[in-house]
Ligand binder design. Sequence first.
Ligand code: ATP
Ligand code: MG
Length: 154
Amino acid sequence: EYVNLIKLVEKVIQNLKPVAEGKGLSILFNPMIDLPVLYLDPNRMEQVIYNLIENAIKYSDQGEIRVSLEGDKEFIFIKIEDQGIGVPEKELSRIWERFYRVEKSRARKTGGTGLGLYVVKEIVQLHGGQIEAKSVEGKGTTMIIKFKRKDVVL
Ligand code: ATP
Ligand code: MG
């Protein structure tokens, strides 16, 4: 199905904004102007964006959450960046595992099953894409989804 990714992201942000504002966090969205309509499963892609922004909110006490859509000739990137607690380097590769939660997150009493990112990665890969996490403990986390243009633009 052809999906307007900008509208999809805006919808998710509208839904999560009250949660973010409840914690004093703001969400900024910066779409690139010439993003084409993409061939994606809208419900599943909404779930992906929702899970990632939900995590950004859940694992932040301060700062901004920046969502951006970018592209070059070959790829389209969706980035979700936070200034939250981050993930320790030695645990970063494990966050995609089913039921894995970083020890500190458990201690923080933030609820969760540890399934979110597992599902996110599955969905992204089903669309032919990749997802990568960059994080610095105590500074923040950036999630980057990458689609080959030829896989999602028809
Ligand atoms: P849920 O199934 O409700 O999403 P969850 O948020 O604990 O539970 P995941 O979304 O799979 O599970 O994330 C796995 C773990 O990765 C989290 O428990 C947390 O420790 C860490 N994590 C994920 N996103 C972030 C983030 N933006 N900042 C810091 N840690 C994160
Ligand atoms: Mg989660």
